[in-house]
Design a protein around this ligand. Sequence first.
Ligand code: NAD
Length: 246
Amino acid sequence: NGRLHGKRAIITAAGQGIGRASALAMAREGAHVFATDVNSDALASLQDEAKGQLETFAMDVLDVASVNEGISRAAPDILFNCAGFVHHGTIQEATEDDIDFAMDLNVKSMFRTIRAALPGMLERGTGSIINMSSACSSVIGAPNRFVYGTSKAAVLGLTKSVAVEYITKGIRCNAICPGTVDSPSMHDRLRATGDYVAALKAFVARQPMGRIASAEEIAALVVYLASDDSAFITGQPHVIDGGWSG
Ligand code: NAD
């Protein structure tokens, strides 16, 4: 059994990081999990780790045909929109291409997946949509996160709009706003600064708890929002940042 027994869940960007930890956690709670990503190698390694407890297939959230096909295959009760990219830099460093790409991957991807998932959720009268935002959004500003923070704030507007529209139809829509989380891309970002050790120290220094989060800690919140334990919660940004914005 488990808290997600009998539910079908699709996760975008489930190959690594928070999406992967959430796919594994949802499977442990008894959901029928469809873990998707553009990186097939990452999905294969997830499949090995999960030992047959979930399904994986390639889905590109930038491609509407790929999204429509994937969502129709999964017929989800739970949709976790996890895909997103972190651009580094200020408003003066950002290019038109940077902001277009971030809005496409971090925001418009959710427009695509939610539109594809809604008809089935409405038909069944149940659904939980969870959108990946960040503490760096309309919650707080962070240095060198202009494009990123702009796009993640848009996710909160999108979330509230969807929540209010379907509130009487059994469909909930929430966002999660993590602080810094240990993930493969976080290590890439630290390396990209040219001084990995100093950059890690700076990330940790802004955390009142003196540490960053694990992907599993974020996955626990995702499971809660996916489950009926959170049945009275919709339209909210759920900040999980070790006190960073507190
Ligand atoms: P990550 O950045 O390490 O991995 C991202 C995954 O997204 C990869 O597996 C990649 O293949 C996949 N991906 C890229 N383009 C895709 C596409 N077009 N379609 C489908 N999948 C695609 O993972 P992470 O750091 O856990 O980040 C996941 C989400 O969490 C992102 O939206 C990120 O902004 C957000 N987030 C991360 C942190 C953090 O500190 N790591 C903090 C707050 C929010």
